[in-house]
Design a protein around this ligand. Sequence first.
Ligand SMILES: Nc1ncnc2c1ncn2[C@@H]1O[C@H](COP(=O)(O)OP(=O)(O)O)[C@@H](O)[C@H]1O
Ligand SMILES: [Mg+2]
Length: 187
Amino acid sequence: MGRRVIVKSRVPKTYRHQELDRSLRSSRTKNEARLIQEARNHGVPTPIIYDVDLDEAEIVMEEIRGERVKDVLGRTDPASVEKICDEIGRLTAVLHSNGIVHGDLTTSNMILRDGRIWLIDFSLGGRKATIEEMGVDLHLVKQAFLSAHSEIFDSFQIVLDSYKRNFEGAEGVIDRVREIEGRGRYT
Ligand SMILES: Nc1ncnc2c1ncn2[C@@H]1O[C@H](COP(=O)(O)OP(=O)(O)O)[C@@H](O)[C@H]1O
Ligand SMILES: [Mg+2]
């Protein structure tokens, strides 16, 4: 139909039992497609899903032709950084206030197009989000700022401020991030 698409395929892992492998690939494909669609229904920019093939473990989706936020943040002006951080906080808040966790919320899974941020790669995401899961999402954003964007780490505060403004449960999640970091699970 003349549209540019991405086909995301989960390839068989031969080290896994064949039936188990099939069922894992199929359920992960279903989970991801559903979350991409749900997030979109709540107003979070995500690719349009054109087709889902559970047997082949494939999702055919709109190609978001833009630039990874990871690549943009390192070289952009302060005003744009502020706008991007504000939007990252807001989108995270919209997901969480609707009970969705992304699962791999790094700036590699965010694409900037037409001045908007699109979220991709919900493969590790879930619904009925717990405070712990939301805390891990936020922790991952923070880690991305610490490692890839250390020169603008202070801008992470803009992400947090926006997250607080847009999500009633924000304080509880932010407290949990501190706890997660205190546990040193990721260090
Ligand atoms: N809908 C899309 N539009 C544009 N690029 C995409 C899209 N989906 C995936 N990609 C590209 O493919 C890469 C890998 O896809 P992703 O869904 O993140 O898979 P993985 O789970 O392997 O990280 C992304 O980092 C991005 O560069
Ligand atoms: Mg990815």
